[in-house]
Design a protein around this ligand. Structure first.
Ligand SMILES: C[S@@+](CC[C@H](N)C(=O)[O-])C[C@H]1O[C@@H](n2cnc3c(N)ncnc32)[C@H](O)[C@@H]1O
Length: 190
């Protein structure tokens, strides 16, 4: 299994941010437009949605934005080089609200380990969800992992909503947010 060569994906070697389950990519395309000094990869399993991200990036002439049509955990575990990302964004992952379906959720202890292996020391992961139960699960896993510290997200990021978030907010549904920073004692030690 060959990991992706970021030098082939992007014209400039710059800090890398990943959005897992990027949907139509409105957030990521806008964030990439505002930050030409960073590179961005949107990961999405649905081709139709990823095509929309692609169109947005091309229309805006962005060379710092790419998409990967693949399952998020697989992307982290097998395709991204270790310690390659500065930031991972996970916004409104499928909540699987029924008890018997919760094993399908993206965020698990194994996911936290994969994120720790993916982030550079001091890197960030940002979460948003509308599901209070999933929010509790995310916080419990990341609080207990020992590899992350809870932190306040940068204001600029907090002020930029995603597509699904706009939809929830328009229906009066509150969205929940939490961010963690890699404590530097995860994968690889030290
Ligand atoms: C609720 S939408 C949120 C989209 C976007 N992040 C937003 O906030 O507008 C969740 C997206 O994640 C994608 N998705 C769900 N599970 C995934 C997985 N395991 N790997 C890749 N994409 C996934 C879905 O296809 C969907 O587009």
């Amino acid at each position: 299994m060959e990991r992706i060569d970021l030098a082939e994906w992007f014209p400039k070697p710059q800090p890398l941010e990943i959005e897992l389950g990027c949907g139509d990519g409105s957030f990521l395309a806008e964030y990439a437009r505002r930050h030409p000094e960073r590179n961005f990869i949107g990961v999405e399993r649905l081709l139709g949605r990823l095509s929309k991200l692609d169109r947005k990036g091309r229309r805006a002439g962005l060379t710092n934005l790419r998409g990967a049509r693949i399952e998020s955990s697989y992307f982290l575990k097998f395709l991204l080089p270790p310690r390659a990302a500065e930031t991972v964004h996970v916004y409104f992952p499928d909540p699987w609200p029924k008890k018997r379906h919760q094993r399908h959720r993206l965020v698990t202890e194994q996911f936290a380990d994969a994120v720790a292996a993916t982030l550079r020391p001091g890197g960030w992961i940002h979460f948003r969800t509308d599901d209070p139960n999933y929010f509790g699960q995310i916080r419990a896993i990341f609080d207990a992992s020992g590899k992350f510290r809870k932190r306040e997200a940068p204001r600029e990021l907090l002020e930029l909503p995603t597509d699904f978030e706009l939809d929830f907010l328009s229906k009066g549904i509150q969205t929940l947010r939490v961010s963690y920073q890699d404590s530097g004692i995860g994968f690889g030690g030290g």
